[in-house]
Design a protein around this ligand. Sequence first.
Ligand SMILES: Cc1cc2nc3c(=O)[nH]c(=O)nc-3n(C[C@H](O)[C@H](O)[C@H](O)COP(=O)(O)O)c2cc1C
Length: 191
Amino acid sequence: MTTLRIDASARHDDSISRKLTDRITRRLGGDVIHRDLAKTSPPLLTEGMIGSYFTPPADRTAEQKALIGASDAIVAELQKADTIVIGMPIYNFGVPAALKAWADLAARVGVTFQYSADGPKGLLEGKRAIIAVASGGTESGSEIDWATPWLTFFLGFIGITDVKVITADQLNVEAETKIEAAYSDIDTLAA
Ligand SMILES: Cc1cc2nc3c(=O)[nH]c(=O)nc-3n(C[C@H](O)[C@H](O)[C@H](O)COP(=O)(O)O)c2cc1C
């Protein structure tokens, strides 16, 4: 089994979401691909990249192929993984910018989703995702949490509908209790 672990926290040693993704990946076992979005932020979309996305692969120039190299790598990791574990701090009521940049490279028409008569269809099927949420004051799932519903919806859009959310939220209020509860949740995960 292969797990793709994605960390979005700008912090490292003090990061709670990283503590959760670390524990989750150890719990799941198997091979781990680690993408650290804070160490290497994905490039922001450019007009040239969008043009390359919509050019049939056989017609892409060498320059167009190079432009979407980062996107190809992100998509290949998703295709290889059975489980995707995402450490997601809430920043300013949304997701960290690097995680949004990652999503903009993961959504590839004809590769990770396609349009059909019934609307968009996700192409990354048979996978599951686990989102590990950390927040200071925002309650996960509340009306001011735009991060968790957005990421859950986005994963569904690319075909990953089996999504579990593990929460260490409102850490400003009761950090230890919240982290322990998240650990207990992780310790019941099936490999
Ligand atoms: C730039 C920034 C913005 C933040 N915005 C929010 C926010 O909107 N809501 C919230 O509850 N916590 C907010 N926080 C607190 C973080 O979500 C909290 O510290 C969390 O533990 C960060 O994840 P980490 O421990 O993995 O680094 C913010 C933190 C930073 C650094």
